[in-house]
Design a protein around this ligand. Structure first.
Ligand code: NAD
Ligand code: ZN
Length: 621
């Protein structure tokens, strides 16, 4: 019905503060907005699109020239006086139109059905334009800046940014007659810069503007960071469902019987922090009474065993418990399926009962292996953690995540299984090798940056030694407090709990690609720097936040730059091995201020395109 379309892509669109990218070229689903619009117009039967360029004309022209996916003819018109406003840019294309045409904004993202809907509009003789209107103004992110309309049924009475109690919002899609250009010209003669809205208002006053409605379909004016993020989320969600549900499964005529069951009640984990406990384990009640006479196993590694094994195990024996000791090799080499199998068979051979308790005494590696064994022996027996590294005291042990590594990556096999008790003694940190202090502090900085502005301020203000026991006790306790909060509200880390992954999305690939030359904390330090830049590129935060990251990460003796030996392409290629990666692309925890995690409509997993990720990584060498 409409052969031609007009797309103004000349303006600057300053409000979406994505550096160096004109708005029509901002990506959704890995494609610039203007390409989506062209594609949808083509699908709606339009043969030719006239695109008016101004700001960054060359850049946009390059994107549109010879595009392999498009067969719609694209005619480029440059408007040197694009600063005079949208009316001026539309007029620049006037000579190309002598029949009714569609008019679409270049920086909007539409459900394709909406473009179809406008392509069906039959303008009556007296109508000059028909506007797509959204009557649900609650969905608009920046209502003040939006063009609002008053309606009488399907007729637009008035259009302006300043209408109060408006009936709806202009959704940026029109069907028009060439007479629109006369109204634009008249408007431009009165005011400059002039907007399309002024011309529409003029026509509406004469009863010449009709309305069609958005209804339940989605559309976004990509003028604010949340609008961009939400559009990306919806786009990914749609692709996800499209891929599978070709038919509506509820339409089947087969008789289906449905039942539901709910299991278990929540388990409470008590966390104790007490200095000196490891050498005197009779000062906290670690083993519940019901397990008092059952075999108790203490899992530890060679080094921790040498330092603390006799005191700890001896102390428990002296209390009357039947304690056995299992000593494994230090570090990651014990976090394997083969070690898991070996230890499980060993414990079963020595004997347990259903009230037995496994106690981990060691760093994160020991915690994780022991925890996974506890979660599977007899389908789950008692588990207690006694973490001895800063990393484990701040993070690994304060968790219900237990697991071992797979051949293809870390922590690929495991379970959510809560310990009964966790006992933390910061005195044992005194025997740690030096590098393990900043390593653990990375998780401290992570919680501060993503969860607690006061904590961040405390870290920025602190001027003592980073291995001072009082300081370490303070951060261990604060981290435990913050982590307990998250465990209660979001144990699967889908919302606020995403803070636990802050800096890890890019940190993990960097750790792996360095051949583990960079330890976990160092990699997370760099990963948090990259995350700050991603947020900046998406308009989530400003430059200051990047500097704040650099400051606090360096202060706690962690690196902020990716080593030259690690290549951008390799990092990007590794992203898909992340457990959080979905087919549709990367999602990250990001911050939008000092100590606050960014959420868009209560969603904390912010979708990030490869282009943005690449730019952020490239800036981090
Ligand atoms: N489940 C989770 O949520 C989670 C979170 C963070 C880390 N982790 C896991 O934790 C592991 C890393 O933990 P880690 O950093 O504690 O490493 P680790 O367990 O390998 O311990 C590091 C080294 O410190 C030694 N050590 C431990 N305590 C000591 C002490 N008090 N004095 C002297 N030496 C001591 C160990 O023998 C080892 O050589 C990784 O496998 C990681 O995946 C899990
Ligand atoms: Zn970590």
């Amino acid at each position: 019905m409409y052969q031609k379309a007009l797309i103004p892509a000349a303006g600057r669109g300053a409000r979406l503060d994505r550096p160096n990218t004109p708005k029509p070229l901002v990506d959704v689903g890995g494609r610039p907005l203007i390409l989506h619009v062209l594609e949808q117009l083509e699908a709606a039967g339009v043969d030719e699109a006239v695109v008016v360029l101004g700001f960054e004309a060359k850049k946009i022209a390059r994107e549109l020239t010879n595009h392999p996916d498009l067969s719609i003819q694209v005619t480029l018109v440059e408007n040197p006086s694009w600063q005079h406003g949208l009316a001026s840019s539309l007029l620049a294309a006037r000579e190309h139109f002598d029949a009714p045409f569609l008019l679409s904004m270049a920086d909007h993202f539409f459900d394709p059905a909406l473009v179809e809907r406008m392509a069906q509009v039959d303008l009556s003789d007296e109508q000059v334009a028909c506007m797509l209107v959204d009557r649900d103004t609650s969905r608009i992110y920046d209502l003040d800046a939006a063009v609002k309309v008053n309606l009488d049924g399907e007729r637009v009475l008035d259009a302006s940014r300043s209408l109060e109690n408006a009936h709806g919002v202009d959704a940026g899609l029109f069907a028009c007659r060439p007479a629109l250009f006369d109204a634009l010209e008249a408007t431009l003669a009165d005011t400059e810069p002039a907007d399309l809205t002024d011309a529409i208002a003029r026509l509406a006053a004469d009863g010449k503007v009709a309305a069609r409605f958005v209804g339940e379909r989605k559309w976004y004016d990509i003028d604010t960071p949340p609008a961009l993020i939400r559009a990306e989320m919806d786009h990914r969600q749609k692709r996800r469902v499209e891929a599978v549900f070709s038919a509506d499964i509820h339409d089947t005529d087969r008789e289906t019987h449905e039942y539901t069951f709910v299991t278990g009640k929540p388990i409470e984990t008590d966390v104790f922090v007490q200095r000196g406990f490891v050498r005197n384990p009779n000062t906290i009640k670690l083993i519940p009474d019901e397990s008092a006479s059952s075999p108790i196993y203490v899992f530890t590694d060679t080094r921790v065993n040498e330092l603390y094994g006799d005191d700890f195990v001896g102390g428990l024996s002296d209390m009357g418990y039947d304690v056995r000791r299992i000593v494994m090799a230090e570090g990651e080499e014990s976090k394997t399926l083969s070690n898991y199998t070996k230890l499980v068979e060993h414990v079963l051979g020595e004997g347990i009962d259903e009230r037995s308790v496994l106690v981990s005494l060691g760093g994160g590696a020991v915690c994780n292996v022991c925890g996974f064994i506890a979660s599977t022996l007899y389908r789950g027996i008692g588990l207690v953690h006694v973490p001895t590294t800063l990393m484990a005291q701040c993070d690994a042990a304060i968790s219900h995540k237990q697991g071992v590594n797979g051949e293809r990556g870390k922590n690929l096999v495991g379970a959510y299984y809560p310990p009964i008790n966790i006992a933390v003694d910061v005195e044992v940190l005194a025997t740690l090798e030096d590098w393990l202090i900043p390593d653990g502090l990375s998780e401290v900085v992570k919680h501060a940056l993503g969860q607690d502005p006061d904590y961040l301020q405390f870290l920025l203000d602190y001027d003592g030694a980073i291995d001072d026991p009082d300081f370490l006790e303070a951060v261990v306790r604060k981290n435990i407090e913050l982590k307990c909060e998250l465990m209660a509200i979001d144990p699967k880390e889908l919302r606020e709990g995403m803070v636990l992954q802050y800096g890890h999305t890019v940190g993990h690939p960097i750790e792996y690609l360095s051949g583990y030359d960079l330890n976990h904390g160092q990699s997370v330090g760099i990963g948090m720097m990259v995350a700050a830049r991603v947020s900046r590129l998406l308009g989530g935060c400003d430059e200051e936040i990047i500097e704040l990251h650099r400051h606090v990460i360096e202060k706690y003796e962690l690196p902020t730059r990716i080593p030259e030996s690690i290549k951008v392409d390799d990092i990007l290629a590794m992203m898909r091995f992340n457990k959080r990666y979905l087919t549709e692309g990367t999602r990250m925890a990001l911050v939008d201020g000092p100590g606050t995690l960014w959420s868009v409509d209560d969603d904390y997993a912010i979708p990030v395109s490869d282009a943005v990720l690449r730019e952020a990584i490239e800036a981090s060498y």
